[in-house]
Design a protein around this ligand. Structure first.
Ligand code: ATP
Length: 362
């Protein structure tokens, strides 16, 4: 078949800051191994500056040249960035990841959280996906066409504008319901309509509208605060959770940690035509440069990226490569190799080499 022909994927890689310098190269090694194990498939990496190093080399954390190059590539892997540590004026600007998400309209942020049998977890039964709206909502730094939705009329008054549009709410709801169809067919809509009745009310109503097209999917609704408590108490009851931008961000950190560690929490940012792998966690400056970071989240994010590319191109080799990564991660954890955040003793590079070796075993 044509799509089994020799193929080179061109993937952009952006190290970002902090542990990005360790986990992005680790993820590239794992992707190379998994993809290389499939016939006639390879990756050409295009490394692009983003983050603190780009400030030094290009005078901005997200150079125009990086954005131009991204447009020409098949997909991208983004390391975490520590924008809070940038000097002004960059600290107050939209974060580099926010710029990429906004420019390419990566409206869906898919964040799975699942526990593994061999990883200690506060919620060992967790297996859910948070579908986070990525372009508007309460994240005021990115919900305006120009400028920020956060402003200070006086030094002692700060305001933030939340933005909810029916179009954006419906399209993220459609992602969530479509995803649920391939899982346990259950969607939970998150809102806070008792106090934010218009904004989160519009979100809830748009989700309800979309739900009508998915009669085979069970729907329920929860207030954000109640959901946080229920995630701790009974996470097995949740399958797909659809949430606005900030609710989704906070809930996914909670879910990631409950399922084992933030270092295990993957994510994919996508539009209809583009996808970017990015771990759900941040740049972890406290452990950066120590070879201690858990690279699993970015490995699993990369597997999500390969699955997405496989689904969009019909090339099963990509789906098989994704499966290789997931099995290799599970096998490594199952054999007792784990990083410090999971109570193990493996360094980032030791864990990576174990996973690389196992990608060939599937
Ligand atoms: P951000 O605002 O970008 O989310 P943050 O500082 O709030 O950044 P993280 O950088 O995700 O959050 O770090 C939160 C905690 O989780 C830190 O103690 C960090 O060391 C830990 N952590 C995050 N990612 C990993 C990882 N991959 N491996 C091990 N520990 C991690």
């Amino acid at each position: 078949m044509a799509h089994e022909d020799a193929r080179t994927l061109r993937i952009g890689s952006m190290l970002g800051d902090g542990i990005g310098h360790e986990i992005v190269p680790a993820a590239m090694r794992v992707v190379d191994a998994a993809v290389g194990a499939e016939t006639s498939l390879r990756v050409e990496w295009v490394e692009l500056p983003l983050g603190r190093e780009a400030i030094d080399s290009h005078g901005t954390p997200i150079p125009d040249s990086t954005l131009d190059e991204l447009a020409a590539l098949d997909s991208w892997i983004l390391g975490p960035h520590d924008s809070a540590s940038y000097p002004e004026p960059f600290r107050s600007q939209l974060t580099p990841g926010g710029v990429v998400r906004k420019k390419f309209d990566l409206f869906a942020n898919i964040r799975p959280a699942r526990a593994y049998p061999d990883v200690r977890a506060m919620s060992p039964e967790m297996d859910l996906v948070i579908v986070r709206e990525n372009t508007e909502g309460f994240y005021a730094d990115r919900n305006m066409f120009l400028g920020s939705g956060e402003f200070m009329p006086t030094p002692d008054v700060a305001l933030a504008v939340g933005v909810f549009t029916r179009t954006a709410c419906e399209r993220i709801a459609r992602e969530a319901f479509t995803l649920a169809r391939g899982r346990r067919k259950h969607v939970t809509i998150v809102h806070k309509t008792n106090v934010l009745s218009m904004t989160t009310g519009l979100f809830r109503d748009a989700c309800r509208t979309v739900a009508v097209d998915f009669p085979d999917v069970t729907v329920d609704e929860e207030h954000i605060d109640a959901l946080a408590a229920h995630l701790v108490r009974r996470s097995a009851d949740f399958d797909v959770i659809v949430a606005e931008n900030m609710f989704g961000d906070i809930l996914s950190d909670l879910a990631g940690e409950l399922s084992g560690s933030l270092g295990m929490a993957p994510s994919l940012n996508s539009s209809e035509t583009r996808a970017m792998a990015q771990a759900a966690h941040g740049s972890a400056p406290d452990i950066a440069g120590k070879n201690r970071a858990n690279p699993t989240a970015l490995f699993l994010s990369s597997a999500m990226l390969l699955d997405w590319l496989g689904d969009h191109s019909g090339d099963n080799r990509l789906r098989r490569a994704a499966k290789r990564i997931r099995h290799a991660v599970e096998g490594s954890l199952g054999s007792g190799v784990a990083t410090a955040d999971l109570g193990g003793r493996a360094s980032t590079s030791e864990f990576t080499e174990t996973v690389v070796a196992r990608t060939l075993r599937v």
